[in-house]
Design a protein around this ligand. Structure first.
Ligand SMILES: [Zn+2]
Length: 376
Protein backbone atom coordinates (compact mmCIF):
# COMPACT_ATOMS: atom_id res chain seq x y z
CA UNK A 1 0.00 0.00 0.00
CA UNK A 2 2.89 2.39 0.74
CA UNK A 3 4.35 1.28 -2.58
CA UNK A 4 1.05 2.07 -4.29
CA UNK A 5 1.24 5.52 -2.69
CA UNK A 6 4.79 6.07 -4.00
CA UNK A 7 3.67 5.00 -7.46
CA UNK A 8 1.01 7.72 -7.21
CA UNK A 9 3.44 10.50 -6.38
CA UNK A 10 3.86 10.25 -2.61
CA UNK A 11 7.48 10.58 -1.45
CA UNK A 12 9.19 9.18 1.67
CA UNK A 13 8.93 12.71 3.11
CA UNK A 14 5.22 13.20 2.40
CA UNK A 15 3.52 14.35 5.59
CA UNK A 16 0.56 12.22 6.60
CA UNK A 17 -1.71 14.39 8.70
CA UNK A 18 -4.99 14.27 10.64
CA UNK A 19 -3.82 11.11 12.37
CA UNK A 20 -6.22 11.85 15.21
CA UNK A 21 -9.23 12.15 12.90
CA UNK A 22 -11.66 9.29 12.43
CA UNK A 23 -11.95 7.57 9.04
CA UNK A 24 -15.49 7.39 7.67
CA UNK A 25 -16.75 3.86 7.04
CA UNK A 26 -20.22 2.53 6.28
CA UNK A 27 -20.41 1.61 9.99
CA UNK A 28 -19.50 5.15 11.09
CA UNK A 29 -16.30 6.92 12.11
CA UNK A 30 -13.37 4.68 12.92
CA UNK A 31 -10.01 5.51 14.52
CA UNK A 32 -7.65 2.54 14.57
CA UNK A 33 -5.81 1.64 17.74
CA UNK A 34 -2.24 2.74 17.55
CA UNK A 35 0.67 1.67 19.67
CA UNK A 36 3.16 3.82 17.84
CA UNK A 37 1.89 7.30 17.11
CA UNK A 38 0.65 10.11 19.29
CA UNK A 39 1.27 13.26 17.26
CA UNK A 40 -1.14 14.55 14.61
CA UNK A 41 1.37 14.23 11.73
CA UNK A 42 4.13 11.88 10.61
CA UNK A 43 6.21 11.57 7.45
CA UNK A 44 5.71 8.47 5.33
CA UNK A 45 9.15 7.01 6.10
CA UNK A 46 8.57 7.26 9.85
CA UNK A 47 5.04 5.85 9.51
CA UNK A 48 6.44 2.74 7.88
CA UNK A 49 9.29 2.42 10.37
CA UNK A 50 7.02 2.62 13.39
CA UNK A 51 4.25 0.58 11.74
CA UNK A 52 1.73 3.34 12.41
CA UNK A 53 -1.80 2.00 12.00
CA UNK A 54 -3.38 5.42 11.78
CA UNK A 55 -0.97 6.61 9.13
CA UNK A 56 -1.53 3.44 7.10
CA UNK A 57 -5.28 3.94 7.19
CA UNK A 58 -4.89 7.62 6.21
CA UNK A 59 -2.68 6.71 3.27
CA UNK A 60 -5.17 4.09 2.12
CA UNK A 61 -7.94 6.68 2.41
CA UNK A 62 -5.93 9.07 0.23
CA UNK A 63 -4.90 6.63 -2.52
CA UNK A 64 -8.29 4.88 -2.61
CA UNK A 65 -9.17 1.34 -1.58
CA UNK A 66 -9.77 0.27 -5.18
CA UNK A 67 -6.25 1.16 -6.21
CA UNK A 68 -4.73 -0.54 -3.21
CA UNK A 69 -6.61 -3.79 -3.93
CA UNK A 70 -5.59 -3.57 -7.57
CA UNK A 71 -2.00 -3.03 -6.54
CA UNK A 72 -2.05 -5.95 -4.10
CA UNK A 73 -3.34 -8.20 -6.87
CA UNK A 74 -0.62 -7.01 -9.25
CA UNK A 75 2.06 -8.14 -6.78
CA UNK A 76 0.40 -11.51 -6.24
CA UNK A 77 -1.80 -10.85 -3.20
CA UNK A 78 -5.33 -11.68 -4.31
CA UNK A 79 -8.87 -11.63 -2.93
CA UNK A 80 -8.35 -8.56 -0.74
CA UNK A 81 -11.45 -7.15 0.95
CA UNK A 82 -12.30 -3.55 -0.05
CA UNK A 83 -12.44 -2.08 3.47
CA UNK A 84 -10.34 0.57 5.24
CA UNK A 85 -8.81 -1.98 7.63
CA UNK A 86 -7.19 -3.52 4.55
CA UNK A 87 -4.37 -1.11 5.36
CA UNK A 88 -3.72 -3.04 8.56
CA UNK A 89 -3.76 -6.42 6.93
CA UNK A 90 -7.35 -7.43 7.56
CA UNK A 91 -7.27 -9.52 4.37
CA UNK A 92 -6.28 -13.13 4.98
CA UNK A 93 -3.11 -14.01 3.16
CA UNK A 94 -0.85 -17.02 3.14
CA UNK A 95 2.78 -16.58 4.09
CA UNK A 96 3.68 -17.37 0.49
CA UNK A 97 1.46 -14.51 -0.73
CA UNK A 98 2.97 -12.18 1.81
CA UNK A 99 6.52 -13.02 0.78
CA UNK A 100 5.50 -12.54 -2.86
CA UNK A 101 4.19 -9.09 -2.04
CA UNK A 102 7.69 -8.05 -0.90
CA UNK A 103 9.49 -9.62 -3.84
CA UNK A 104 9.32 -6.51 -6.08
CA UNK A 105 10.99 -4.40 -3.36
CA UNK A 106 13.80 -6.93 -3.12
CA UNK A 107 14.17 -7.45 -6.87
CA UNK A 108 14.20 -3.99 -8.46
CA UNK A 109 10.46 -3.92 -9.15
CA UNK A 110 10.11 -7.41 -10.68
CA UNK A 111 8.11 -10.39 -9.49
CA UNK A 112 8.23 -14.09 -10.40
CA UNK A 113 5.92 -17.01 -9.81
CA UNK A 114 7.08 -18.97 -6.80
CA UNK A 115 8.26 -22.45 -7.69
CA UNK A 116 8.94 -25.56 -5.67
CA UNK A 117 10.50 -27.49 -8.57
CA UNK A 118 12.73 -25.70 -11.07
CA UNK A 119 13.22 -28.46 -13.66
CA UNK A 120 12.59 -32.15 -14.29
CA UNK A 121 14.88 -34.13 -16.61
CA UNK A 122 14.79 -37.78 -17.62
CA UNK A 123 17.81 -40.10 -17.47
CA UNK A 124 19.07 -38.84 -20.87
CA UNK A 125 18.92 -35.20 -19.80
CA UNK A 126 15.80 -34.37 -21.77
CA UNK A 127 13.89 -31.59 -20.04
CA UNK A 128 10.42 -32.85 -19.17
CA UNK A 129 9.36 -29.84 -17.14
CA UNK A 130 10.76 -26.41 -16.52
CA UNK A 131 9.19 -23.86 -14.22
CA UNK A 132 8.25 -20.48 -15.62
CA UNK A 133 11.05 -18.29 -14.35
CA UNK A 134 10.16 -15.18 -16.32
CA UNK A 135 10.20 -11.97 -14.33
CA UNK A 136 7.39 -9.45 -14.65
CA UNK A 137 7.74 -5.78 -13.75
CA UNK A 138 5.03 -4.69 -11.28
CA UNK A 139 6.46 -1.46 -9.88
CA UNK A 140 9.03 1.02 -11.12
CA UNK A 141 12.68 0.58 -10.22
CA UNK A 142 12.52 3.86 -8.27
CA UNK A 143 9.55 2.75 -6.15
CA UNK A 144 11.32 -0.53 -5.43
CA UNK A 145 14.45 1.33 -4.38
CA UNK A 146 12.57 3.80 -2.15
CA UNK A 147 10.59 0.98 -0.52
CA UNK A 148 13.74 -1.07 0.15
CA UNK A 149 15.44 1.99 1.60
CA UNK A 150 12.51 2.87 3.86
CA UNK A 151 12.08 -0.75 4.95
CA UNK A 152 15.74 -0.77 5.92
CA UNK A 153 14.86 1.67 8.74
CA UNK A 154 12.40 -0.92 10.06
CA UNK A 155 15.26 -3.36 10.64
CA UNK A 156 17.85 -0.82 11.79
CA UNK A 157 15.74 1.27 14.15
CA UNK A 158 12.09 0.34 13.78
CA UNK A 159 9.77 -2.48 14.81
CA UNK A 160 12.25 -5.16 13.64
CA UNK A 161 15.28 -3.75 15.47
CA UNK A 162 15.60 -7.01 17.45
CA UNK A 163 17.11 -8.56 14.32
CA UNK A 164 20.26 -6.62 15.14
CA UNK A 165 20.13 -7.78 18.73
CA UNK A 166 20.22 -11.36 17.41
CA UNK A 167 23.48 -10.64 15.67
CA UNK A 168 22.26 -10.39 12.09
CA UNK A 169 24.40 -7.56 10.69
CA UNK A 170 24.00 -7.49 6.89
CA UNK A 171 22.11 -4.56 5.35
CA UNK A 172 18.50 -5.73 5.26
CA UNK A 173 14.95 -4.46 5.03
CA UNK A 174 11.57 -5.79 6.05
CA UNK A 175 8.20 -5.31 7.67
CA UNK A 176 6.54 -6.70 10.76
CA UNK A 177 2.86 -7.48 11.05
CA UNK A 178 0.77 -8.15 14.12
CA UNK A 179 -2.95 -8.79 13.72
CA UNK A 180 -5.77 -7.78 16.05
CA UNK A 181 -5.85 -9.67 19.34
CA UNK A 182 -2.25 -10.75 18.69
CA UNK A 183 -3.45 -13.89 16.89
CA UNK A 184 -0.94 -13.69 14.03
CA UNK A 185 2.55 -12.29 13.91
CA UNK A 186 4.73 -12.23 10.84
CA UNK A 187 7.83 -10.71 9.39
CA UNK A 188 9.05 -10.56 5.82
CA UNK A 189 12.57 -9.34 5.28
CA UNK A 190 15.28 -9.38 2.69
CA UNK A 191 18.85 -8.66 1.65
CA UNK A 192 19.55 -7.98 -2.05
CA UNK A 193 20.05 -11.77 -2.41
CA UNK A 194 17.63 -13.51 -0.07
CA UNK A 195 13.98 -12.87 0.81
CA UNK A 196 12.38 -14.80 3.67
CA UNK A 197 9.18 -14.64 5.69
CA UNK A 198 8.22 -16.08 9.06
CA UNK A 199 4.70 -16.48 10.46
CA UNK A 200 3.74 -17.44 13.99
CA UNK A 201 0.17 -18.38 14.91
CA UNK A 202 -2.15 -21.13 16.03
CA UNK A 203 -4.28 -23.46 13.86
CA UNK A 204 -7.42 -21.98 15.38
CA UNK A 205 -6.67 -18.26 15.53
CA UNK A 206 -6.35 -17.00 19.10
CA UNK A 207 -4.04 -14.72 21.02
CA UNK A 208 -0.54 -16.21 20.93
CA UNK A 209 0.69 -14.10 23.85
CA UNK A 210 -0.72 -10.95 25.42
CA UNK A 211 0.96 -8.05 23.62
CA UNK A 212 2.87 -10.53 21.50
CA UNK A 213 4.18 -8.20 18.83
CA UNK A 214 5.86 -9.60 15.73
CA UNK A 215 8.96 -7.59 16.53
CA UNK A 216 9.44 -9.71 19.66
CA UNK A 217 7.98 -13.07 18.59
CA UNK A 218 8.96 -13.42 14.96
CA UNK A 219 11.85 -11.11 14.14
CA UNK A 220 14.36 -13.06 16.30
CA UNK A 221 13.43 -16.29 14.45
CA UNK A 222 13.89 -14.62 11.10
CA UNK A 223 17.20 -13.08 12.19
CA UNK A 224 18.58 -16.43 13.36
CA UNK A 225 17.64 -18.05 10.05
CA UNK A 226 19.14 -15.18 8.03
CA UNK A 227 22.32 -15.15 10.06
CA UNK A 228 22.98 -18.77 9.12
CA UNK A 229 21.65 -18.60 5.56
CA UNK A 230 23.77 -15.58 4.65
CA UNK A 231 26.94 -16.68 6.44
CA UNK A 232 29.93 -15.49 4.41
CA UNK A 233 27.87 -13.11 2.26
CA UNK A 234 29.30 -9.68 1.58
CA UNK A 235 27.47 -6.63 2.91
CA UNK A 236 25.91 -4.85 -0.07
CA UNK A 237 22.87 -2.79 -0.87
CA UNK A 238 20.93 -1.47 -3.85
CA UNK A 239 22.50 1.24 -5.97
CA UNK A 240 20.14 4.23 -6.36
CA UNK A 241 18.63 4.32 -9.88
CA UNK A 242 19.86 7.17 -12.11
CA UNK A 243 16.84 9.42 -11.56
CA UNK A 244 17.03 9.34 -7.77
CA UNK A 245 18.30 12.45 -5.96
CA UNK A 246 19.24 12.93 -2.32
CA UNK A 247 18.20 16.08 -0.46
CA UNK A 248 18.53 17.21 3.21
CA UNK A 249 15.05 17.14 4.71
CA UNK A 250 13.49 18.12 8.04
CA UNK A 251 11.89 15.00 9.50
CA UNK A 252 9.24 17.04 11.29
CA UNK A 253 7.92 19.14 8.42
CA UNK A 254 8.98 16.91 5.51
CA UNK A 255 10.22 20.10 3.83
CA UNK A 256 13.73 20.95 2.72
CA UNK A 257 15.92 21.40 5.80
CA UNK A 258 16.30 25.06 6.76
CA UNK A 259 18.57 26.94 9.14
CA UNK A 260 16.53 26.18 12.28
CA UNK A 261 16.14 22.42 11.74
CA UNK A 262 19.54 21.38 13.08
CA UNK A 263 18.71 22.51 16.61
CA UNK A 264 15.00 22.04 16.94
CA UNK A 265 13.45 21.83 20.42
CA UNK A 266 12.03 18.34 21.08
CA UNK A 267 10.26 17.16 24.22
CA UNK A 268 12.02 13.96 25.34
CA UNK A 269 10.65 10.90 27.13
CA UNK A 270 10.75 12.51 30.58
CA UNK A 271 9.11 15.75 29.48
CA UNK A 272 12.25 17.86 29.18
CA UNK A 273 13.00 20.04 26.18
CA UNK A 274 16.07 18.94 24.26
CA UNK A 275 17.60 20.48 21.18
CA UNK A 276 18.15 17.96 18.44
CA UNK A 277 18.81 18.01 14.74
CA UNK A 278 15.79 16.98 12.71
CA UNK A 279 17.79 16.93 9.48
CA UNK A 280 18.39 13.75 7.48
CA UNK A 281 19.13 12.97 3.83
CA UNK A 282 16.17 11.62 1.90
CA UNK A 283 15.89 10.05 -1.53
CA UNK A 284 13.43 11.35 -4.09
CA UNK A 285 12.56 10.61 -7.67
CA UNK A 286 14.12 13.65 -9.39
CA UNK A 287 11.51 16.37 -9.68
CA UNK A 288 9.45 15.27 -6.63
CA UNK A 289 11.83 16.69 -4.01
CA UNK A 290 10.42 19.56 -1.92
CA UNK A 291 11.38 23.09 -2.94
CA UNK A 292 10.34 25.12 0.13
CA UNK A 293 12.44 25.30 3.24
CA UNK A 294 11.03 24.12 6.57
CA UNK A 295 8.41 26.49 7.92
CA UNK A 296 8.13 24.72 11.28
CA UNK A 297 11.65 25.62 12.45
CA UNK A 298 12.05 29.02 10.80
CA UNK A 299 11.20 30.61 14.14
CA UNK A 300 13.82 28.49 15.91
CA UNK A 301 16.49 29.96 13.69
CA UNK A 302 15.26 33.53 14.21
CA UNK A 303 15.11 33.03 18.00
CA UNK A 304 18.64 31.70 18.01
CA UNK A 305 19.85 34.55 15.84
CA UNK A 306 18.41 37.07 18.32
CA UNK A 307 19.87 35.14 21.24
CA UNK A 308 23.33 35.07 19.69
CA UNK A 309 23.20 38.82 19.01
CA UNK A 310 22.39 39.55 22.62
CA UNK A 311 25.38 37.53 23.80
CA UNK A 312 27.67 39.76 21.80
CA UNK A 313 26.70 42.71 24.05
CA UNK A 314 26.82 41.23 27.54
CA UNK A 315 24.32 42.87 29.82
CA UNK A 316 24.93 42.23 33.50
CA UNK A 317 22.53 43.34 36.19
CA UNK A 318 24.04 46.30 38.14
CA UNK A 319 24.53 44.42 41.41
CA UNK A 320 26.86 41.91 39.80
CA UNK A 321 29.11 44.60 38.36
CA UNK A 322 32.30 44.53 40.38
CA UNK A 323 33.09 47.84 42.10
CA UNK A 324 36.44 49.26 40.95
CA UNK A 325 38.01 49.23 44.44
CA UNK A 326 37.66 45.50 44.78
CA UNK A 327 40.10 44.93 41.88
CA UNK A 328 43.18 43.38 43.45
CA UNK A 329 46.14 45.77 43.32
CA UNK A 330 49.63 44.35 43.35
CA UNK A 331 51.64 45.76 46.24
CA UNK A 332 54.69 46.37 44.07
CA UNK A 333 55.11 46.29 40.33
CA UNK A 334 57.22 43.19 39.59
CA UNK A 335 59.79 45.18 37.71
CA UNK A 336 60.25 48.90 37.60
CA UNK A 337 59.84 50.43 34.18
CA UNK A 338 63.23 50.60 32.41
CA UNK A 339 63.34 54.40 32.58
CA UNK A 340 62.84 54.46 36.34
CA UNK A 341 66.34 53.16 36.84
CA UNK A 342 69.49 54.69 35.47
CA UNK A 343 71.50 52.47 33.21
CA UNK A 344 74.03 50.58 35.29
CA UNK A 345 77.52 51.83 34.84
CA UNK A 346 79.62 49.63 32.62
CA UNK A 347 82.55 47.76 34.02
CA UNK A 348 83.08 45.30 36.87
CA UNK A 349 81.53 47.67 39.38
CA UNK A 350 78.22 47.26 37.63
CA UNK A 351 77.52 44.01 39.43
CA UNK A 352 77.86 45.74 42.73
CA UNK A 353 75.64 48.63 41.80
CA UNK A 354 72.82 48.87 44.31
CA UNK A 355 69.44 47.92 42.91
CA UNK A 356 67.36 48.04 46.05
CA UNK A 357 63.92 47.82 44.58
CA UNK A 358 64.65 44.93 42.34
CA UNK A 359 66.59 43.05 44.92
CA UNK A 360 63.97 43.46 47.53
CA UNK A 361 61.37 42.09 45.15
CA UNK A 362 63.47 39.09 44.15
CA UNK A 363 64.41 38.55 47.74
CA UNK A 364 60.75 38.50 48.68
CA UNK A 365 59.99 36.17 45.87
CA UNK A 366 62.83 33.67 46.22
CA UNK A 367 64.22 34.50 49.57
CA UNK A 368 67.44 35.36 47.74
CA UNK A 369 68.89 38.45 46.15
CA UNK A 370 70.71 38.16 42.87
CA UNK A 371 72.56 34.94 43.71
CA UNK A 372 73.71 36.30 47.05
CA UNK A 373 72.48 35.45 50.47
CA UNK A 374 70.15 37.99 51.93
CA UNK A 375 72.03 40.64 53.76
CA UNK A 376 70.42 39.97 57.06
ZN1 LIG B 1 12.45 21.82 10.28
Amino acid sequence: MYAAALEQGFTPATVIDHLDAAISTPQGGWTPEDEHVNGPTIILRAALRTSSNRAAVRVLDQIGIGRAVQFAESVGVERMPSVPSLALGSGEVTLENLVMAYMPFAAGGFTRKPTGIRRVEDERGTVLYEADSSARRVISETTAFLMADMLQDVVDSGTAARARGEGFRLPAAGKTGTTNDFADAWFVGFTPHLLAGVWVGLDRPQTILPRGFAGDLVVPLWARFMRMATRGDKADWYVPPANIVRVPICRISGQRAGLGCDGAPVVNGIGEVEFQSSVYNEYFVAGTEPIDECQVHRGVFLDRLLASESTQIPVEPPDTVRPPDSVPILPDPPFPPPTAEPLPPTGPSAEDAPQPKRRSFLARLFGLGRGEKPKK
